[in-house]
Every structure is written in C-alpha cells, then in structure tokens.
Design a protein around this ligand. Structure first.
Ligand code: NAD
Length: 368
C-alpha cells in the first residue's frame, strides 16, 4: 500500500521518540512491502522561532495533503509557561489541529499485556487482563462552551457552559459501538446522569443507537463510580464512551493505572473519510502519545518511545485498516520487554537500562 503521513515531532522529547517511530515505519515498509512516506512539518516552539506562531499555515496545508498526522508533543518546561515562546503552545497546536481537522473522537487503549503487570502501581492480580478502550468526545462539551468571568456585588465569579447536540453525541457513540463489535462486545457509557442534563441526553442518544447494535451489551455508569472501578476492577471494562471532560480525566487515570504515561498511545479520529494521496477511502486521524514533551529529560536519549511507536500502530490500524501490521508492532514491543529490554522509566532496580535508540533497535529486531 502507498500513503503519505504528516510527521509533526514538536518539542522536547518529540523529535527523539518520533525518530524511533519513523525507524519502525521503515521496518514495516520493508517487512510488508508498503511504501508509506513521511513529510515533516514544524509545530510548537520550533515553529514559533521560525514563523512567530505555534501552528503555521504551511504545516496545516502539508497535513491536508496527507492521509494522517503522526504527532509527537509540544510545549516548554512547566516552569516557563508564560514566556512568549511557550505561552499557550499546547493549546494553540492541539486545539488548533482538532478544530481544523474536525477530530471529534479520541480513542485511548489502556492495555496491560501479560508479563507487564509489574509496570502498574496496582497489585498484579488486580491489573491482570486489563484491556480498555476509552472513546472520548473531543470538540464539544464544557471545554468548548461559552465561558466568562465577571463580578456580582463585588464577588468575582466564573462560569462555563456544557452543551451537546444529539448529532455530536451520536457520532462518538457510533464509533464506540463499532469498536466494541471488534472487541469483547461490551460498551459502558460513563456520565453523571443523576445531576447533568447533558448526561441524560447522552443516555437517550445511546439507547436509540443501541438498536443498531443488538450484539453489544451496553450499560451506564456514573463517573465517580467509574473512577473507582477503573482502580478496583480495571479488567471488568471493555469499551468506555464518555464526554470531553470526563474522558480527559478518566483517560489519564487509566494511563496511571497501566503504568507509565510513556506507554499510552491515542488516536483522534476525524469525520473526514477519503484519501488525499489516492487509493482507497481512508479515515483521517491524528495519532499521538498520551504524555507531553517531557522537557526534563529531552536531549538525553532516555525517553520511552513506546507510546509514539504504538501511536504509529494505531495509525496503521485506523487510517489504513492494516490490523496485521499494527499487531506486529505491538507484539514486537511486548517481545522486547519480555527479553528484558526496557527504558529507564520501566526498568526495575538492578535491571539493564536501554537508551531510546537502543530500545527502538530491539523492537525492530523483534519485528523483523
Ligand atoms: P509530561 O507528560 O511531558 O511529563 C510528565 C513526567 O513524565 C515527566 O517527569 C517526564 O519526564 C515523564 N515522561 C513523559 N513522557 C515520557 C516518556 N516518553 N518517557 C519517559 N518519561 C516520560 O508532562 P508535563 O511535564 O506536565 O508537561 C511538559 C510539557 O508538555 C508542557 O509544556 C505541557 O504543556 C506539554 N504537554 C503537551 C502535550 C501534547 O503535546 N499533547 C500533552 C501534555 C503536556
């Protein structure tokens, strides 16, 4: 298969872990006879230095000509968020791309592979078998509604509005039902329907769409209980679908339960289906690690590239429908770990520690 992937490495460890993912893509091309090519674009601090903005029009245009975006991370040190170079870098780039490409649903797989239970802070018997997919609505709800700050009788007051349309909920819920069909056929809608009207609308929409998917077992759970159950009984979930804010919080909680954020990939799926570079219909998406730019470890060749590599696997699976290739990458990462090859964040006391580059070489060896 042929295709063009826009590569936006970004800041901090972004370029290091992206270099790993591109090496893996080359290995996939060689093993499976594909010709996927990459086109590089600038974002974040590097883009600001060159163009005076974090998300230049040139980069957006280049992405429009690609089938998908493989994204690294953007942003400066947490202690330097107010300088002009870094102020709002993450917001400008991430929210900008979500809006420009209508990336309406975020998919975050949280999987504990056999033999990797020790990465989790939870007891091994509790975490064993965890394999959850969180489907989060991404471009509506409380993060996108009107918000303001004002004074009432001298009292500073702030407010925001959460708003959902039937259509916005339906698009996301349909993605979740389809995903559940390819998995263990169970969908949990997480909400706060005992308090919020938007949650009650989510329930109505989901009950309506459930009629199209009679093979899926569907249930509802309040978000406070879901947070508890993700820690007490993480293996009991299959697919979770939820709104923007609940999804934001639960997917980070889930990342912590799995172990390092350096392990967790994600896909933000667009409504756009079609190919910019010819060939079959392809679903546009942006694929990125769950973690940030980790400026504290940037340039040291010690970052864990796993989330970036698994983001590439998701890209092959969701944009190009190449499940076999995606699975081969996932299995290669798992085999590398099983052979005791780990980066600093995962290695137990006394275990060998591999650099980003060396760990990537081990994954490529397993892939071949
Ligand atoms: P972070 O995720 O970058 O780092 C948190 C901690 O996890 C750090 O100690 C870091 O060293 C470690 N870590 C993260 N990824 C790792 C990896 N692959 N391997 C090993 N260790 C890893 O979060 P932060 O420190 O709060 O934010 C740093 C910058 O990243 C900020 O500017 C923030 O705005 C930005 N950020 C960007 C994105 C994005 O681009 N999507 C997401 C989150 C944060």
């Amino acid at each position: 298969m042929r295709g063009t992937i826009a590569v936006l490495a970004g800041d901090g460890i972004g370029p290091e872990i992206m270099a790993s993912a591109v090496r893996i893509l080359d290995a996939v091309n060689a093993k499976f006879g594909h010709t996927f090519e990459t086109k590089e674009g600038v974002t974040g601090g590097v883009a600001y230095d060159k163009f005076g903005v974090h998300l230049p029009a040139e980069t957006v245009e280049m992405c429009k000509k690609a089938d998908a975006i493989l994204f690294g991370a953007v942003g400066g040190p947490v202690s330097d968020q107010e300088s002009t170079r870094w102020k709002d870098a993450e917001k400008n780039v991430i929210l900008g791309l979500r809006e420009k490409f209508n990336l309406f649903a975020n998919l975050r797989p949280l999987k504990v592979w056999q033999g990797t239970e020790s990465f989790s802070p939870l007891k091994p018997d509790l975490i064993a078998g965890m394999d959850v997919l969180i489907v989060r609505e991404l471009i509506a709800g409380i993060y996108f509604g009107p918000m303001r700050r004002y004074e009432v009788d001298g009292e500073i007051t702030a407010e925001e509005t959460s708003r959902y349309t039937w259509k916005e909920i339906a698009s996301v819920v349909r993605i979740a039902f389809v995903a559940a069909q390819k998995r263990r056929k169970k969908l949990t809608i997480v909400d706060k329907a005992n308090v919020l009207e938007t949650s009650r609308l989510w329930r109505d929409v989901t009950r309506f769409i459930h009629a199209e998917f009679p093979d899926i077992a569907m249930d509802f759970m309040f978000v406070d209980n879901a947070a508890q159950q993700l820690v007490r009984s993480p293996a009991s979930f299959d697919v979770i679908a939820t709104d923007n804010m609940f999804g934001d919080i639960l997917s980070d909680l889930g990342g912590a339960v799995v172990g390092s954020l350096g392990l967790v990939p994600s896909a933000s799926i667009s409504a756009k289906v079609g190919s910019a570079s010819g060939g079959n219909a392809r679903r546009f998406g942006l694929y990125e690690p769950a973690h940030g730019s980790a400026p504290d470890i940037a340039g040291k060749n010690i970052a864990n590239p796993t989330a970036q590599i698994l983001s590439l696997a998701m890209l092959l699976r969701y944009t190009y429908d190449l499940d076999k290739e995606a699975q081969a990458i996932e299995e290669a990462v798992l085999s590398a770990w099983k052979a005791g090859k780990k980066t600093k964040d995962l290695a137990a006391k006394g275990e060998e520690i591999l650099s980003t580059d060396d760990f990537t070489s081990c994954v490529i060896e397993q892939l071949q």
